[in-house]
Design a protein around this ligand. Structure first.
Ligand code: SAH
Length: 232
């Protein structure tokens, strides 16, 4: 290799390393200020959010904002949730090794990756096919081999892999889909935004105790709407 080529290669490598380092610093700061700095204290949740490269789950045009305190557009009119909301929804289900978790609304795949670093298996359903494909690609590239992504209507859950220790719904539904309740293990927890689309909804925690369903309203949120299709 000639001297000039070597210089260019080194300069490229240096730029790449400093960019990666920059994102890592921003990510640490995001966790310190927006997640631990608020009311998230679960160690597993904080550790996973310190490590999952959120900037790789957003379009290139949004990378600079990946660690900001807000949701971001991911295409097809959908959004990746604000980091604090991801942290909150992760902590509240009490994620642990050995569990299998169902997510409805894969979107970018970020919430699935955050869960995948803690629990044994993550099943995630996305209703918009290109988003499901895109999320599958980045999940594969980052070698999360315990995440399964399916294109379909999450209303029906994923019967074949039920029951689940926890269910995380990341689109606002008018009511809690009965198939999801049925696929929750006794003692299992579901977190779901409930309310009218395009209005403020309530984030709800649903706990299954024997045959009883206990629901608790957590706080007002704004999520993209839970839509429906014929494809299960
Ligand atoms: N968890 C995502 C957030 C995505 S926003 C992330 O980490 O990026 C919510 C997603 O739910 C959107 O991509 C939307 O297309 C999807 N969605 C809406 N209704 C759905 C349904 N019935 N089944 C599956 N996905 C649905």
């Amino acid at each position: 290799m000639c001297k000039k080529m070597m210089l260019i290669t080194w300069a490229g490598l240096l730029l790449f390393v400093s960019a990666v380092h920059g994102f890592e610093n921003k990510r640490r700061e995001m966790v310190t200020r927006q997640i631990a700095g608020r009311d998230i204290s679960d160690k597993a949740t904080l550790d996973t959010m310190r490590s999952v490269p959120r900037h790789l789950f957003v379009p290139d045009s949004q990378q600079a904002y990946a660690y900001h305190d807000r949701p971001l557009p991911i295409g097809y009119g959908q959004t990746i949730s604000q980091p604090y909301i991801v942290g909150y929804m992760t902590q509240i289900i009490g994620p642990k090794k050995g569990q299998r978790v169902l997510e409805i609304g894969t979107g970018s795949g970020y919430q699935a990756a955050v869960l995948a670093q803690i629990v044994d298996l993550v099943f995630s359903i996305e209703i918009i096919a290109p988003l499901a494909d895109q999320a599958r690609k980045i999940i594969e590239q980052l070698s999360y081999d315990n995440v399964r992504i399916k294109h379909g209507d999450g209303y029906y859950g994923w019967e074949e892999h039920a029951p689940f220790d926890a269910i995380v719904v990341t689109a606002a539904a008018e009511y809690i889909p009965p198939p999801l309740l049925a696929q929750l293990k006794p003692g299992g927890k579901m977190v779901i935004p409930v309310g009218s689309p395009f209005m403020t909804q309530q984030l709800m925690l649903v706990t299954k105790k024997g045959d009883d369903i206990i629901t608790r309203a957590l706080f007002p949120v704004r999520f993209v709407p839970f839509t429906r299709s014929d494809k299960q």
